[in-house]
Design a protein. Structure first.
Length: 172
């Protein structure tokens, strides 16, 4: 991983993304402006905020989504996390995170940006920061059974039309 390859990846994804809503278009422009001023903004070490790689994992038939009960956040959210050494692109980081956190081999990533979100959070740095999530749609193979990792208080499939009330996940 290099800060440059991740930065180029994030910038390229956001530049190509054509969001449907005005709010998403504003978020796109804000994240692009952030990247323009933060050459190392894809790395966890960038304390004011950093790009994170998120995965909205759908079942093979698209009727369910896999969510984790995040121990620090205390809500059901999509899988994902920080870019790490070995991740050349944000998409590669999202696929790695989804595989690690779900325990499911053979996940299929759609390479285009699925969406973006911004979250104030105190992450592993121990200081308040902002996660600028770049989200990817990932599909699990038929019959996939998730295996909870140490990064999750719980992990389960939820029907698209029956998500928990406090879920914070983008479904399109």
């Amino acid at each position: 991983m290099t800060a440059e390859s991740l930065h180029a990846s994030a910038t390229g994804l956001l530049t190509a993304w054509r969001p449907d809503s005005g709010a998403d278009a504003s978020l796109r422009e804000a994240i692009l402006a952030f990247l323009g001023s933060a050459p190392r903004g894809c790395l966890r070490e960038h304390v004011p905020g950093h790009i994170t790689a998120s995965a909205v994992v759908f079942s093979d038939d698209g009727r369910e989504v896999l969510l984790t009960l995040h121990p620090r956040v205390g809500r059901w959210i999509q899988l994902g996390g920080h870019c790490e050494p070995g991740d050349d692109t944000v998409a590669a980081a999202a696929l790695r995170e989804a595989t690690e956190e779900s325990g499911i081999p053979g996940l299929r990533l759609e390479p285009d940006l699925y969406g973006a979100q911004a979250h104030p959070i105190t992450c592993s740095l121990g200081a308040p920061t902002r996660h600028l999530d770049l989200l990817f749609r990932i599909t699990a193979p038929p019959g996939a059974v998730p295996v909870r990792s140490v990064e999750s208080a719980d992990l389960r499939w939820w029907p698209i039309d029956g998500l928990p009330a406090d879920a914070d996940v983008l479904i399109r």
